[in-house]
Structures are given as structure tokens and as C-alpha cells.
Design a protein around this ligand. Sequence first.
Ligand code: ACO
Length: 431
Amino acid sequence: MSDNIAKIILDGKTYELPVVVGTMGEKAVDISKLRDMTGYITLDNGFANTGACKSAITFLDGENGILNYRGITIEELAEESTFIETAFLLIYGHLPNEQELNRFSDGLTRFSMIHEDLKGFFNGYPSSGHPMGILSAMIGSLAAYYPELVKPDPSREEVDSIVVELISKVRTISAFSYKKSRGEPYVYPRHDLKYIPNFLNMMFSSPAKEYEINEIVVDALQTLFILHADHEQNCSTSTVRLVGSSKANLFASISAGINALWGPLHGGANQSVFTMLTQIQKEGGDIHKFINKAKDSNDPFRLMGFGHRVYKNFDPRAKIIKRKADAVLNDLGIHDPLLDLAKRLEEVALKDSYFIEKKLYPNVDFYSGIIYKAIGIPEDMYPVMFAIGRLPGWVAHWKEMIENPKNKIGRPRQIYTGEVNQHYIPIEKRS
Ligand code: ACO
């Protein structure tokens, strides 16, 4: 590979392919014309080494544990910014000035109510329904309430309007899903409360008792939402982009992203961490038994909350959130045997040669569940909390994509490995 050309030799012939270099120096070989030139495609299970787009939103360097949103480090944002400001930064590409921030925040307050008819949908779900399934269905259903916004090429103003509707309503829908699952009456959003306190109030207030806002809890959620807000081309964001690439509307694309996030290998891992810890506890708390199961290649068990596709030294988000988790537990004076078990498991795994060699470290989901548990959020809401945090990132990627006139519909290829030259056999002749 020379400065801006890569050479590939196929069937004895040399072909030249352009090299693309990003602003942080990362390099790619542009293979988009490879098939036209050579007849070959590239094969990359799980897209582990494939860039699907150029993007100016988030930079991630897994080897060195770097995560930047729009060029600002995650450490700086977690320390200095708020979730709403970070959401604006991701979506619009710059930190908002006072006027922009006020307009954005006012919109989030004004649009927090959901249509009364839409509220009726909740009654149709069984109370045992997982809130993540309800969230994704409800976000998809929003499209039916905003037909004027459901079009292939919305204007800039229309996009701004859907963005505010979504970021505002996701809290209300999430809190209502929780109330539904507990059989409790819904608590409406309040215009005098900020984004996170408003959400906590909808979750935890009841006709019997109003929720008392706890600044430690608000601060912990603020940090978690900032850390979750974007993570470049992860599974759910790639899903949002893929669905949106067909010009499906934003509600449909986000609903698909929520479903992708739900999986235990992705955003569902935070819930799985607690399912796993509960199982270890129930079976007598023998950590070594479970570490050995995770190391056994014949056993499908994995240590949930460990490992990451791109972070191979440490997850910078986990570093920040670990400190926050310790502070929350201390400040709230919480002592929970399950949380002690999590800490012991982390200690043992970090010293184990299998985890060291395979570069498996605790990821953000290992610690996020600890915070959620400490502040009283039930396990099945953990992936929902992740979805609220990730929404600005999904929106930013969808917006970046539809604003790029050169964007193509997502459509990977494959290598076919099935039967050849078969014939139709009438059913009476089939064995
Ligand atoms: N426990 C035990 N072994 C593991 C774990 C784990 N958590 N994660 C990976 N490994 C092993 C695999 O068995 C594999 O071993 P092998 O080389 O002997 O076959 C090797 O490490 C590489 O694993 P892959 O699955 O190939 O790595 P990949 O990059 O595809 O997967 C993933 C990353 C999905 C996150 C994986 O580490 C995992 O399943 N972790 C547990 C689930 C989890 O915590 N997910 C949350 C990720 S963070 C997020 O989405 C916000």
C-alpha cells in the first residue's frame, strides 16, 4: 500500500484501489469498485473490518480507548456537559449557544405529552410485556400520529420537529411502559422539570407519594446518558442507518434500532449482567465455577458485561462510569450482596489469564446495571435506559445519512453456499 493507493493481485493481475484517510489518521481501502473491476467481493463476517460510511459524528479508537463526539473527548463531555447539550452537539454538529439550547430544551418540554389515543395502546399490552418491546412498538406507532412528517424527503424544519418530538416523547413512553408493567397509574410529564428529573418523576411518583428528586441520582443518569449517546457504527446504529437508507421514516428507523439494541450481546447486556449475577448468587455464589464455564469453549455461557468488539484494552466509558457507580453506592449508602458479587467477579476476571489474553474487560454495561439497581430502576428497564441515552446518536446518524445526496441504499452481498442444480419434485414423489 503506498500513500493513497492499495494494490491487490487477483488471478495474477494487479489492480489499484484508492485509499481513504480520516481526519484522525485512520485508513481504509475503498473497495466499492472491486467487483466491477475484478468480479470479486469482500467477505467480512459481522462487518468487523468494514467501513459502511464516512461519518463526522463520533471518533472511536478501540486500541487506545478513545471516544470523541464531534471532536470533544467523552471524558470532557461527561465532566462538563449535560445530556441535552450533548444530544444537540451530536445532532447539529456544534455545541449550542444559549439561544439554541433554550429553544431545544423548550421544545423537549413542550412535546413531552403523548396523544391520548396513543396512551390507549398501553392497555393492549400484557403487564408482563417487556418494556423494550413496548417502547419499540410505540415509537414505530408514532408515525401514524404524524403523517405530515412521514415522507421520504422531509425538509430541514420537519426533521428538526421530528427530532424534538422523539427525544422528548421517548421518556414519556419509557416511563409509561414501566408504569404499565407495574400496573400503576401513569404520571404525566411536568413542564417545570428538566429532562432527567421529569423522567424520574414519571417513573417513581405515584398518587400516594411524589418522587423526591435526588441530585446524586440525576447526576449519575446524566453521565450514563452522555456516555451512551453515540458509539459510531455499532449494531443498533447500523440498523438505524440500514433501515433509513431505504428512505423509511425516522420513527420506523429508530424503532428498528431499539429492537437491535435489545439483544443481550448489545444493549440488552446490562439486563443480562443482572440475570447472570442472580444466577450465580442462587447457585451459591461460586464465582470460579462461572469463570470456568465462560472459559470453556464447549459451554455457550459468556460473562455478560465483559468484552467488546472494538475496545481491546479498556472501555473509556466503563472507566468513567465505574467511578460514578462507586460514588452513587457510597452517597446513597447502599449495601447490596448482588453488587458485592459484581465487584468480586470483576476482580477475579481481571486477574484471569483467559480474560487477559483475549483482552476481555468490563464494558459500560457491566457498571451501568450497578447504577440502575442502586437507584431503584428494575432490571427489565435497563435496556430502555440505554435506548433513551442512545437516541441522539441514532438520530444524528439518520440525519447525516439523509442529508448526504450520495447515500446509497444499504445492500450487502453474500457468498452463496447452498444447493445447486436442484429440480422441483411434486409432493407425492418426495420422500
Ligand atoms: N465471556 C467469555 N468469553 C468471551 C466473552 C465473554 N463475555 N466475550 C468474548 N469471549 C471470547 C469468545 O468466546 C471468543 O473466544 P475464541 O477466540 O476462543 O473463539 C473470543 O473471546 C472473541 O469473541 P468474539 O465473540 O469473537 O468477539 P466479538 O468482538 O465478536 O464480540 C461481544 C464482542 C459480542 C461484546 C462479546 O465480547 C460478548 O458476547 N460479550 C458479552 C456480552 C456483552 O457484554 N455485550 C455488551 C457489549 S457493549 C455494548 O453493546 C454497549
